[in-house]
Design a protein around this ligand. Structure first.
Ligand code: UD1
Ligand code: UDP
Length: 357
């Protein structure tokens, strides 16, 4: 079995690490990095920490408009796929890298496996929603993290190749939790366990809408709790362009951190305030109350179980929930699988016979 794995953005490195480890025991993996993320703190650190093999191809596409970035990836990936003739092309999540990988493969009639298939926000304003819907409709193997994801695909008429495998981020967490526990980032930051709110903010639906960004930054500037914010470069850039600044002395703004430090910050946080997809899930798994600055979420199970609350970009709600949101995790059912999802994905790739499909 020969698989070309296409990654390019931070969360994809984290998701691909456990699968890559299993895959290389069973077959050949050719790893392609599109270069969508390229700063050391957004890319290199994950390869080092998670011991991800060096990419066989690096397309170095970098930051561009959606069309230019996706198009350049498509053209670079096509050359790689023609050269490598894999049995499968494996893509993760919902970024421009995901769509480019799936589309390049589909045009060459190569089978696509999509990890995190079937997620929906039902908000077509989000670039991620377009990417994931299109990818699901051209994939042959659709690895769904949850039952809800399977149902979404069924309602779009997609039944063939759909398997509920669980969530690979549980595997990543299982593998790295102990190592993360030993980090000393809190000491470095002079922060105390359970006495701070961990904040992340980067989604285009917030950063690319001046009103929303202004409202969120204003909430962060007024909150009374100590906070730690590893700041995504997109947000830094947008704030500069809009002339927004952080003025709250209780808010520690730091560079993006590696996965182990991030898990350490998450597992010791009193609460998490975020607009990230992956961070909402990690909050659930690590039993930290989560306040999500979005109007909808793909991870509806967390909201249904009342471990996560959606506050949009509403300053009053952000402040109210950061101060008052409490969760009883004793009542929560696990919904993201058993942490052996990577094995299951690789088994399916082996069984399905790739090109013969
Ligand atoms: C992308 C994904 C988003 C995902 C996020 C994970 C798309 C459409 N969006 O968003 O779904 O949640 O990754 O983090 O694919 N930048 C740097 N250095 C880097 C990377 C980015 O400075 O290493 C800056 C650039 O100014 C760039 C901006 O961040 O223009 C946005 O980067 P981009 O990859 O286009 O989107 P993300 O916001 O990272
Ligand atoms: N993450 C990290 N360092 C950070 C911020 C996030 O390692 O400074 C990890 C986080 O723990 C999660 C993943 O990155 O595993 C989520 O990625 P991100 O929030 O960038 O994207 P999304 O999940 O929203 O697509």
């Amino acid at each position: 079995m020969k698989v070309v794995t296409v990654v390019g953005a931070r969360p994809q490195f984290i998701k691909a690490a456990p699968v890559s480890r299993c895959l290389r025991r069973r077959g050949t993996e050719i790893l392609v990095h599109t270069g969508q993320h390229y700063d050391a703190a957004m890319s290199g650190i994950f390869f080092e920490e998670l011991k991800i093999p060096r990419p066989d191809y690096h397309l170095e596409v970098g930051s561009k408009t959606h069309g230019a970035q996706t198009g350049e990836m498509l053209s670079g990936l096509e050359k790689v796929l023609i050269q490598e003739e894999p049995d499968w092309v494996l893509v993760y999540g919902d970024t421009n890298t995901t769509l480019a990988g799936a589309l390049a493969a589909a045009k060459l009639q190569l089978p696509v496996a999509h990890v995190e298939a079937g997620l929906r926000s039902f908000n077509r304003q989000m670039p991620e929603e377009i990417n994931r819907v299109l990818t699901d409709h051209i994939a042959q193997l659709l690895c769904c993290p949850t039952e809800t994801a399977v149902q979404h695909l069924a309602s779009e008429g997609i039944h063939r190749g759909v398997v509920q495998v669980g969530d690979v981020m549980v595997d990543a967490l299982r593998f790295n939790r102990e190592l993360a526990g030993d980090r000393n980032i809190l000491e470095q930051l002079g922060a105390e366990p359970r006495e701070y709110v961990l904040v992340t903010l980067h989604r285009a639906e917030n950063t690319d809408h001046p009103d929303r960004l202004e409202e969120i930054i204003s909430a962060l500037n007024e909150l009374e709790s100590p906070m730690i914010l590893p700041l995504h470069p997109r947000t830094r850039n947008r704030m500069e362009r809009q002339g927004l600044t952080f003025t709250n002395p209780r808010l520690k703004v730091i560079e993006p951190v590696g996965y182990l430090d991030m898990l350490h910050l998450e597992m010791n946080a009193a609460k998490i305030l975020t607009d990230s997809g992956g961070v909402q899930k990690e909050a659930f798994l690590l039993q930290v109350p989560c306040i999500t600055m979005r109007d909808e979420t793909e991870w509806t199970e967390t909201v249904k179980q009342k471990t996560n609350v959606l506050v949009g970009a509403n300053k009053r709600k952000i402040i109210e929930y950061v101060e008052s949101f409490h969760v009883d995790f004793a009542k929560v059912d696990p919904v993201f699988g058993n942490g052996h999802t990577a094995d299951r994905i690789v088994e399916l790739l082996g069984k399905s016979g790739g090109c013969q499909q």
